[in-house]
Design a binder for this molecule. Structure first.
Ligand SMILES: NC(=O)c1ccc[n+]([C@@H]2O[C@H](COP(=O)([O-])OP(=O)(O)OC[C@H]3O[C@@H](n4cnc5c(N)ncnc54)[C@H](OP(=O)(O)O)[C@@H]3O)[C@@H](O)[C@H]2O)c1
Length: 344
């Protein structure tokens, strides 16, 4: 299979490159970059293994500009670009290759909800019906049939994998409180004062609480598709970590439901899922999943109150790993191909 990655120099672009370089079904990779066009990939990513340079035959191991890539044929095109830029850059490939977009441009089908989150209408509202929300464990059947896959956001992945089974089985009251802690790479590679080492090291705190963060509508939208009354209160935090998301969800159990019901439902939905690790009483830590495509879930009940603990690597299950999992599902490959289930 032949793949292009647009936005190779960013955090998620780099992880995609490393994953695809070792993916047995990917024979050709074309690295596309605005800032690194003309540079050898080995000079862009010094962690890259030269031995897989042969996969970049068409460009002889060089990054190329988007204009050059538009004349080429691909089976799959990954976009690792900022939201509201991605759909525009993908234009030449739509209808010709399977698209896996890591940005938010195709994630929310409701134009008003997208506008609430991003301040403008979705850049390609005309294509939203052709796209699937690529939360692999939930939309696998649809992912197999669609040519535009909207890879979910990192916070939403950690929250929705924990919540969807319980909301679907009507175990939870409508109000959900979510606190998530993220590593700094979640903000991307951009230079920004509040992301500088001296601002972030030995420093941790909340930002954009309640409905302010762009991922709140994305989380809420998925839950409301099941139960329109669900209401989410989401508070993200930044911690001085490079990678990882640790999410703690607090919700009230409905009626007579107890911990055993939560355990039963998680097992019913996830027992056979290779990337969901059910830890029960153990509270998972970000280090448990570092570098893997896993989401680990732990849970605890006090009275009627349920606590769920969910951890992922934001750059793998929260982004590039899930993108590769989506590609695997779409092309009928084993969904684990080229992905790690063990932390590094
Ligand atoms: N970081 C995460 O944990 C994470 C998780 C889930 C989803 N995402 C989403 O994935 C996408 C990429 O995130 P990231 O963290 O990899 O971002 P990033 O580190 O900031 O990289 C984005 C890359 O896009 C290209 N780019 C930047 N501005 C551009 C513009 N105006 N027009 C065209 N290209 C531009 C650049 O690559 P070139 O110069 O090489 O073209 C840049 O390195 C975003 O939409 C983000 O929201 C990120």
């Amino acid at each position: 299979m032949k793949a292009a990655i647009i936005g190779i120099s960013g955090y998620t672009g780099r992880i995609l490159l490393r994953l695809l370089a070792q993916h047995p079904e990917i024979k050709t990779i074309v690295p596309v970059s605005r800032s690194k066009a003309g540079k050898k990939i080995i000079d862009v990513d010094s962690g890259f293994n030269k031995q897989v340079d042969f996969k970049m035959n068409p460009t002889k191991g060089f990054c190329i500009a988007l204009e050059k890539a538009t004349g080429m044929d691909f089976d799959v095109v990954f976009a690792a670009l900022p939201h509201l830029k991605s759909a525009k850059h993908l234009r030449p490939f739509i209808g010709k290759a399977v698209i896996v977009d890591l940005s938010a441009d195709f994630r929310i089908k409701d134009v008003a909800v997208f506008k609430q989150a991003y301040g403008v209408e979705p850049p390609r509202a005309d294509l939203l019906d052709k796209a699937v929300y690529g939360l692999c464990e939930w939309y696998g059947d649809e992912i197999k049939k669609k040519d535009i896959i909207a890879n979910p956001g990192c916070y939403p992945t950690s929250c929705l994998l924990a919540l969807l089974p319980l909301v679907k089985e009507e175990l939870l009251e409508d109000k959900i409180i979510i606190n998530s802690i993220s590593g700094i790479s979640g903000a991307g590679k951009k230079v920004q004062e509040n992301l500088l080492f001296c601002e972030r090291t030995e420093n941790c705190g909340a930002y954009l609480p309640g409905k302010m963060h762009r991922h709140t509508p994305e989380i809420q939208n998925e839950l409301k598709n099941i139960n329109p009354r669900m209401d989410v209160f989401f508070t993200p935090h930044l911690a001085p970590l490079k990678r990882g998301i640790a999410t703690t969800i607090t919700a009230e159990l409905k009626g007579n439901n107890v911990k055993a019901d939560v355990t039963r439902v998680f097992n019913q939905y996830y027992k056979k899922e290779p990337f969901i690790c059910l830890r029960g009483d153990i509270i998972p830590q970000t280090g448990d999943v570092w570098g893997s495509n896993r989401c680990d879930l732990g849970w605890y009940v006090e009275g009627n109150t349920l606590f769920i603990f969910s951890v992922i690597d934001n750059l793998v299950k929260g982004a590039s790993g899930q993108a590769v999992q989506n590609m695997n599902i779409r092309f009928g490959l084993d969904q684990t191909m080229g992905l790690k289930t063990t932390a590094v």
